[in-house]
Design a protein around this ligand. Structure first.
Ligand SMILES: [Zn+2]
Length: 257
């Protein structure tokens, strides 16, 4: 362990495992992507999470930003909850409902599931299992008709603050309205699209985190549109816009915050 430091391990796609001395949280880290070119959680990792095996043996919480297959899997969640009675899930209503609406679900799991959705103009602050979380509502990227509820989470662990955007759209007015700005952050996790888009870079500048971690990069072997390369090119071109930055490309990659 790293004393007051926090270790973040890349799991798959936007999925990361956050480990402090006392707490362990998995964000968007339990899924089976049907999108094709994004990483899914590896089979062995899914098993270890469900069975509570190391390094997931002290997992306190599974956080999910939204109900898309490359971020969330309801059946895996149900299994993990059944076998780990201390485990808590936090997710938007749509994802929580997928966990509960199955013949495999039993009411005993109810207290382990916390559906939560903030309004577009007011974050929700909650403390669960000794972990302080702020929930923001940020529109999902993509077509304007996409109504997927996307939660962004600000987590405070000890003296460190981290924010996870899920698949937020790079839309300054939405970030402004949701009251994201003005919070000092040690680490901000962004989808790779934020690097290539000027609106994304502006948002990063306004948030001004100490560290930037780029997630949601495609699986290298399936990246036919060369999105990783394009992201790196945009990063080099605008590198002075960014704080210290890490790209999560390799499963198992770790950083210390
Ligand atoms: Zn999504």
């Amino acid at each position: 362990m790293f004393g007051k430091k926090i270790t973040v391990t890349y799991i798959a796609n936007s999925g990361v495992l956050v480990t402090s001395k006392k707490k362990q949280i998995l964000i968007d880290g339990l899924h089976q992507s049907s999108a094709g070119f994004y990483h899914s959680t590896e089979k062995k990792t899914v098993e270890d999470i469900i069975l509570g095996k190391a390094p997931f043996n002290s997992l306190d919480m599974l956080l999910f930003t939204h109900d898309h297959s490359d971020h969330f899997n309801a059946a895996y969640c149900r299994e993990a909850l059944k076998r780990n009675k201390h485990l808590q899930v936090v997710a938007p209503q749509s994802a929580a409902e997928k966990i509960t609406s199955s013949p495999d679900y039993n009411e005993e799991l109810k207290n382990q599931i916390k559906p939560i959705e903030a309004s577009q103009t007011k974050p929700i602050v909650l403390s669960l299992k000794g972990i302080d979380i702020e929930v923001f509502s940020l529109n999902h990227d993509g077509a304007s008709g996409d109504t997927t509820v996307n939660n962004a989470y600000l987590i405070q662990l000890g003296k460190k603050t981290m924010m996870f955007l899920g698949d937020a759209k790079a839309d300054d007015s939405n970030f402004e309205a949701a009251r994201v700005y003005g919070k000092p952050l040690d680490a901000l996790f962004v989808p790779f699209t934020f690097i290539g888009l000027s609106a994304g870079r502006e948002i990063i500048k306004k948030i001004s985190p100490k560290k930037l971690i780029v997630v949601h990069l495609p699986d290298k072997d399936k990246d036919t549109n060369n999105l990783t390369e394009k992201t790196k090119a945009a990063y080099s071109k605008y590198s002075s816009d960014f704080p210290e930055t890490v790209l999560f490309e390799k499963i198992g990659q770790q950083i210390v915050i």
